[in-house]
Write a protein that binds this ligand. Structure first.
Ligand code: PLP
Length: 426
């Protein structure tokens, strides 16, 4: 069978296949740039492995309390080297990105302290952590307050308001690199650097925490290279390379990482405990693959943006924009298109490729969400996936793809499903 026949067997019409091919032919140069960044990040990772003498011994684990879990301690050194931080906490006990952010926040804040979000609201699930939406055990219940400065209309930082919002209670500044379910652009490392400089100039001892979800290995630098005191993310996103079965990381200044570890485990115990059991090899292997996997996902995102912009849909970021994360939002404008897009992604998946996704009330989100994910690891969004809340303007958030050919197939299939709902006219 020829390539086109395989696409046909997936129900993809020749005109969609040809449309995709034409777009792909124009992306050679862009893809080479991405590979260039990925190559440098790959070097950064291998160097850290080598300098920390990673060996097969590191894949063995302690049991019980997990004292002297050698492989775990070396892995945390490897993360510290890659992120250029004093310390790191990389554990399977961190259930997801929200959990990692929660322990970084609650470990470092005390009653009477205030959090400042200087660049708009946080990711949906953080609203309950902070208590923006009331929730049991939120930081608000512990008398930790929250203040937010929104972006200006042109998405620039509102420096005047930020300055006015920093007071003697302000303890921690929270910046989210990726846009999450918002319609703003994600913040590049250069913009994060500018914001951190401004804030530290006003109050130098603030803890700056960056939610780095989906950003790892997309640029040459990470937020910790430009002044962030804590960077936090999920191992079922970029740094897990599609191999980590769970987990999260917190990299940063030693005392802040320690505070987070005291919260994750118990005061006094901290990083000393926690046997890693069977996850060390996949943590290492996933991190090794991560720069290359992030590049595949990025190529998929760029391909998707070019395809959908060409059909008249608004894309955030725009097809030609510089990228700092792997997320591609596409404004689909209607519920039927959103469902069709997700159906296409699901239908091209290696796992559960035969099912149709339906919207549901996901814990932590305030409107129904539809998710397409035929993933090896549940909820793993470094694998090809698409999701979106069922609310105006019906944005789909498309991300991941462990391999570029899979991402491409998913996008063509999504276009095909949209074409089918629109009575065969695109
Ligand atoms: C994914 C994500 C999180 C955390 O999500 P989990 O589903 O808890 O892993 C937090 N912030 C951003 C920007 C994210 O993309």
């Amino acid at each position: 069978m020829e390539l086109k026949d395989y696409y046909r067997s997936f129900g993809i019409d020749d005109d969609i296949y040809e449309y995709g091919k034409k777009i792909e032919d124009k992306l050679n140069e862009r893809f080479r740039e991405i590979e260039g960044i990925s190559e440098i990040n790959q070097m950064k990772v291998i160097t850290a492995f080598k300098e920390n003498k990673v060996s097969v011994d590191c894949f063995n684990t302690a049991t019980g309390y997990g004292y002297d879990d050698h492989g775990r301690d070396i892995l945390e050194k490897v993360y510290s080297d890659i992120f250029h931080t004093e310390d790191a906490l990389v554990r399977p006990f961190i259930a997801c990105g929200t959990h990692a952010l929660n322990i970084a926040l609650s470990g470092n804040l005390r009653p009477g302290d205030e959090i400042l979000a200087p660049a708009g609201g946080p990711y949906d699930t953080l609203e309950e952590v902070i208590g923006i939406r009331p929730s049991k055990g939120s930081l608000a219940e512990y008398h930790i307050t929250y203040s937010q400065v929104d972006l200006l209309e042109d998405y620039s930082f509102d420096y005047d308001k930020i300055k006015k919002s920093i007071n003697n209670k302000t303890k921690l500044v929270m910046i989210q690199r990726s846009k999450g379910y918002a319609s703003r652009p994600s913040f590049t490392i250069a913009r994060i650097e500018e914001l951190i400089k401004f804030i530290k100039n006003i109050k130098n001892d603030l803890i700056v925490m960056v939610d780095n979800c989906y950003g790892e290995f997309v640029e040459l630098k990470e937020p910790s290279d430009v002044g962030a005191d804590l960077v936090v993310g999920s191992l079922i996103k970029n740094p897990g390379g599609g191999i980590s079965p769970l987990g999260g990381y917190i990299c940063g200044k030693k005392k802040y990482v320690e505070n987070a570890a005291y919260r994750l485990f118990a005061p006094g115990l901290g990083k000393e405990v926690g046997a890693s059991l069977e996850v060390l090899r996949p943590f290492y292997q996933g991190l090794f693959l991560a720069p290359s996997v992030a590049a595949s996902a990025l190529k998929g995102a760029i391909f998707a943006a070019h395809c959908f912009e060409g059909m008249g849909y608004e894309c955030i970021p725009k097809a030609g924009d510089y990228r700092t994360d792997i997320i591609q939002a596409i404004t689909l404008k209607s519920e039927v298109c959103l469902k069709a897009f997700c159906k296409g992604i699901q239908g091209s998946s290696p796992v559960d490729g035969f099912v149709t996704p339906e919207p549901w009330d996901m814990p932590g989100y305030d409107s129904k969400v539809i998710m397409a994910a035929g993933a090896f690891i549940q909820g793993s969004s470094i694998e090809l996936s698409a999701d979106g809340p069922l609310r105006e303007p019906y944005n789909v958030y498309f991300q991941g793809g462990l391999t570029y050919p899979h991402a491409k197939l998913g996008i063509l299939k999504a276009m095909q499903e949209i074409k089918a709902t629109m009575n065969n006219t695109l």
